[in-house]
Ligand binder design. Structure first.
Ligand code: 3PG
Length: 230
């Protein structure tokens, strides 16, 4: 079971080297926000449980064809179950939670747990998972710390998130142990509130271009801004 879920998650992340972390306050904005990301070539998004509307946002954004929507900031089993009921295709947490891992295991919906210390990584490995959200990436010491993790954990791939932006994403993506990067720089909460859809599309397309310039975008299905030649 863990193998299937891990395989699904890793394939999704390999195809989507930049995963936006999305905070939407008004469910009416979910579909246009999803479409704005998609128009920029982003095909996968993490919608965080940081607003009371998160479940409705996940449900609405999941209706955007071509966009794979997961739930972020999943802190407990109830949120995990709610997210799955609303259509979340994967679960992300800022840390590791056994109850969330249990829900993932029972449902078959992949789980990307957060880890920021070697002890976290060992706990995650003990649950049969080997892809870890390194969070908060920059505040925890950035690339030098993750490079140090790669020594004892060669079997682990990481999704650094937190404090990453257009100036640093390419450097993270160039590291062989980084599977993809997460961040909100292409879709800020303020831009969603202000319905800056064109700006979100432009920043998304920039992010995809940046990822394409890194070594891992070869064959990144879907990482294609609308209307562009590959
Ligand atoms: C997260 O929840 O993963 C982070 O808040 C995203 O970090 P960023 O806003 O610094 O990109």
């Amino acid at each position: 079971m863990a193998d299937t879920r891990a395989g699904l998650l890793d394939a999704l992340l390999d195809a989507n080297p930049v995963v936006p972390v999305v905070v939407v306050d008004d469910p009416d904005d979910a579909v246009p926000a999803g479409r704005a990301l998609l128009a920029g070539g982003i095909r996968c998004a993490e919608v965080t449980f940081r607003t009371p509307a998160a479940d409705r946002v996940i449900a609405a954004m999941s209706s955007v064809e071509g966009l794979t929507v997961g739930a972020g900031t999943v802190l407990d089993a109830d949120q995990a179950r709610l997210a799955i009921d609303c259509g979340a295709r994967f679960l992300v947490s800022p840390g590791f939670s056994d109850p969330v891992a249990d829900v993932s295991e029972a449902s078959g919906v992949p789980f990307l747990p957060g880890g920021a210390t070697p002890t976290d990584v060992i706990r995650i490995l003990e649950r049969g998972l080997s892809t870890v959200k390194f969070f908060p990436a920059e505040a925890m010491g950035g690339l030098p710390v993750l490079t140090a993790f790669a020594g004892p954990f060669p079997q682990v791939s990481f999704v650094p998130t937190g404090g990453i932006g257009p100036g640093s994403a390419a450097e993270w993506l160039a590291a062989p142990f980084v599977r993809s990067v997460g961040g909100s720089w292409m879709i800020s909460r303020a831009d969603v509130r202000n319905r800056e859809w064109a700006r979100i599309t432009r920043l998304s397309a920039d992010a995809v271009r940046l990822a394409r310039a890194s070594r891992r975008v070869e064959g990144a299905a879907g990482a294609q801004p609308a209307g562009e030649e590959r």
